[in-house]
Write a protein that binds this ligand. Structure first.
Ligand SMILES: C[S@@+](CC[C@H](N)C(=O)[O-])C[C@H]1O[C@@H](n2cnc3c(N)ncnc32)[C@H](O)[C@@H]1O
Length: 250
């Protein structure tokens, strides 16, 4: 179970974290299998056969494999900062490139669609990096192409472990973004996988923050859903799940 707390010490580089966790990654994601599967279903329904897809922060290629299982004609190119993750993803990909968002080594208008899943976007550490990352993902999409992205919801801390709080506190978290965090939304997390403990840094978002970032990127929100992190079920209460968005390039 991952536990989140406010950031106090030096951040851990995601490359180092994921190189270390790579052999045990499948076990780590198991606890959110229903959440990831619900998103995989939504994406597969929206993506046409034969599409080219960039899976950004592909990890071990689990999501690429799921998409190709549901849509066998789709071609997926994976991008990841971690060699150890990417090496494991290669059998599920049509191509794999070691690269770091927001510097994707790809020409403009290259892909029909892009994925940025399981809070990969949360590893971008600054506001500027987040804006650049969204613009870079928009750049590599063809006109009409879609970006499928999910992120940690700052007011859904009840599903993260340590931040088990009531409705009033969640509202406060939303209204006063710095509450409980050293920098608004920045979190240090620890996770135990097969008896080993891993520590990393991520960012949890508010809806207001996301709408602002998306506007900056030039992408348009065409679908937004709150999905239970444990249950994988759609939620009507925006404080009861993680955010999933479909964004489109004009
Ligand atoms: C939580 S995992 C998600 C993996 C995969 N998308 C999934 O849903 O299983 C995050 C992945 O993003 C990669 N990553 C983190 N920051 C990145 C960056 N700036 N550029 C490229 N990859 C990055 C990590 O190495 C890791 O493999």
């Amino acid at each position: 179970m991952a536990r989140l707390r406010s950031r106090r010490s030096q951040p851990v580089e995601p490359e180092r974290l994921y190189d270390e966790i790579a052999p045990d990654y499948a076990e780590h994601v198991e606890r959110h299998a229903k959440f990831n599967s619900a998103i995989d279903e939504l994406i597969a329904k929206d993506v046409a056969d034969g599409s080219s897809v960039a899976d950004i922060g592909t990890g071990t290629g689990l999501r690429a494999a799921q998409l190709k299982r549901r849509r066998p004609g789709v071609r997926v190119t994976g991008f990841d900062i971690s060699n150890e993750m990417l090496r494991r993803a290669m059998p599920s990909l049509d191509g794999g490139i070691r690269a770091s968002l927001p510097n994707l080594p790809v020409r403009d208008n290259s892909f029909d669609h892009a994925l940025c899943l399981y809070n990969t976007f949360g590893y971008l550490r600054t506001y500027d990096a987040r804006v650049k990352a969204l613009k870079d993902m928009a750049r590599i999409l063809k006109p009409g192409g879609r970006l499928y992205i999910d992120v940690v919801n700052r007011t859904n801390m009840g599903e993260q472990g340590e931040y088990k709080r009531g409705a009033l506190t969640r509202r406060l978290l939303s209204a006063i973004p710095a509450y409980g965090f050293s920098k608004p939304g920045d979190l240090k997390f620890t996770m135990n996988v097969k008896g080993k403990q891993f520590t990393g840094d991520t960012h949890a978002f508010t809806l207001k923050e996301l709408n602002h970032l998306f506007k900056k990127s030039g992408l348009t929100v065409v679908h937004k859903q709150v999905i239970g992190y444990t249950s994988g079920k759609p939620q009507t209460d925006p404080n009861r799940g993680q955010f999933f968005f479909v964004l489109e390039k004009a």
